[in-house]
Structure formats: structure tokens, C-alpha cells
Ligand binder design. Sequence first.
Ligand SMILES: [Zn+2]
Length: 250
Amino acid sequence: MAGDFDIEKGVRFGKWLHDQVTEEVHIETESWALDRVRSVSDRLQTGRAEHQRLDVLVPWFSEPTAFTAPGNHIYFGRRLFERCATDEQAAFVIAHEIAHHDLGHVDLFSDVGDRLIKLPGARFFALAFHVLEARLYGPERECDADRCGLDLCLAAGFNGRRCLKLFDILEQIALYAGDEDVVYGPDVESDNELAPDADWKTKAKIWLWQKRRGYLPIRDRKEVLLTHLKDRERALKPWRASRRKAARIT
Ligand SMILES: [Zn+2]
């Protein structure tokens, strides 16, 4: 699998991480959950060769989280999965993680992988992997994975606006945990702090904030994606218009 690497002779990083997680945490076996995850991830990965496909596991992490790594697994935490009331919300979670592979972000782990596995409490590290992932990628790559993930959802025929309802769940989780900053970001007045044309001061503020927190403000992520979705819908309009015209002619 692209992005994976040997941590010692014959042992791949992705396999090591997978073993740490599965030894420490129960992996969901209920068919209702697995069937749903499989049908959504199959739909997102239609047309990909078998060796390029990512396998989605649902571990019972205590945190409502999802992450991926070099190798061929996506870890979709059970507590986040159970809050996804619709297939579209689950699809966005999985698509965002697939996007980290498609965009080559997981390659970044090869620089730090061999140091990571030697850390004391490497097993604990595996469980806190999502925090490290966010820090390693940074806000730009996270936004890229959001956009690319949304495109994957649209290509698979999922409704984009319903996919973005995932952010309402993330917001509820953060507010329940008493974390208003992660919802609103450094500027509570603005939901547009991640826009590509935001001024440099805003970008610097976000960068510093994200550096400190390791996360991006949820409202701003959603705002960026709504703009992206509107652009996609606008690009589709000529096709829709010509179809309507054709329908009138016949
Ligand atoms: Zn991510």
C-alpha cells in the first residue's frame, strides 16, 4: 500500500499500528454496523483495484474519533460511528480518511514512524494517533482532505449537504465536552477563517491556534466546504440546464 514502510525488517508500520489497536480495543463485530460501513465504503471506492482499497474497522475507542495511517486501514471510532444517523454522514468521515491516502498525506509518517514506535507507551500512542495525525498534517492538508473527501462523496452519488451534517455532530460533541473554541475558532464573529483568500493575519492566527490546539475550528471547516459545494453545483448547472432544454424539445 502506498505510504506504508518497514519499521524493522518485514514489519510494516500499518500492520504494527493495526496490531496495537486490535490488541488493546474491541473491534465492532455486529453485522448491522459492519454492513453499513461496508456498503458506504464500497460505494466510495467503486472502481478501485482490490489492492488500492481501504478497509474500515470500527474500534471501541473511548473518544468519538476517526483516523487513518500508512497501510490499508481506516479506524472509524464506534462512538463517532453511532452518532452518524445517516449514510451520508458516515460517508464523509470515511471519504475524508480515504482522501488522506489519495493526496499522499500518509507518506509524512515515514519521517517520524521509526521514532514513534520506540516511544515508551507506544500502544498508548496508537490510541492517541488522531491527535498526532492532525498535528502532522496541519490545517491546509486537513482542508484539502475535507474538499477531496466531499468530491469523493459527490462522485459516489451521496447528497453533499447531507454529508456536511457531520459537522453538526462534531459541533455537538465539542460543545458537550465544553470546548467552544474548537467550534468557533479564534474569531467567534467569523466562520470564514479558512477561506483561501483570508488575509495573512487571519491565516497566521489560524496557524498559531491550530498549532496550539491540533484541531481546526469546526464552523470554519463547514463554511469552506459549503463554498466548495456551491462551486461544484454551479459547475453542474449548464449540464442541468441543457438536460431541461432537451426534455422540452422531446
Ligand atoms: Zn484528517
